[in-house]
Design a protein around this ligand. Structure first.
Ligand SMILES: Nc1ncnc2c1ncn2[C@@H]1O[C@H](COP(=O)(O)OP(=O)(O)OP(=O)(O)O)[C@@H](O)[C@H]1O
Ligand SMILES: [Mg+2]
Length: 134
């Protein structure tokens, strides 16, 4: 990936693979360590899957910020779904309104260097994930 932004549309379950690929490319382009790549790709996977399963689809975009050893990848995933009624509850290990284990959001938060979620019933859900190269 060059310095240009990259956006992946999330409509169906198979689109998670494209989001993973884009996440990997972005992390490779900043020279991220193998462990950081794995962490970020896993977090992106969970958030993209939630956008498809619960958010009626959306998109995830990747951006590279900072310079030199400070370079980071920022992913922003947005959907226009019903939103999350109680974000703090949704972030707890084991909370799921579906058939999942309820570990996607809490796990993703632990795997990245910055995690921000905003959600409401009229705007849907936006999750920002940021990961440094080391
Ligand atoms: N984008 C979203 N839109 C609406 N609700 C969401 C969204 N993402 C998560 N949620 C809600 O938060 C809950 C917790 O999400 P989380 O990813 O932690 O668990 P899960 O998807 O249910 O299970 P798992 O990810 O472990 O398979 C979900 O069950 C769902 O109710
Ligand atoms: Mg999930």
């Amino acid at each position: 990936m060059a310095e240009s932004d990259l956006t992946v549309t999330l409509s169906r379950p198979s689109d998670v693979a494209f989001a993973r690929q884009a996440a990997m490319q972005a992390m490779t382009s900043i020279g991220a360590s193998a462990i950081k790549k794995t962490k970020f790709v896993t977090a992106v996977s969970e958030i993209a899957r939630n956008a498809i399963v619960y958010g009626h689809g959306g998109r995830i975009s990747f951006e590279i910020v900072g310079n030199g050893s400070q370079r980071r990848v920022v992913a922003e995933c947005t959907d226009r779904g019903p939103g999350i009624a109680d974000v703090n509850q949704a972030l707890k290990d084991g909370f799921s309104t579906g058939k999942g284990l309820g570990l996607g959001l809490s796990g993703a938060r632990r795997l990245v260097d910055r995690f921000k979620i905003t959600s409401s019933s009229d705007t849907g859900t936006t999750v920002i994930l940021e990961c440094a190269c080391r």
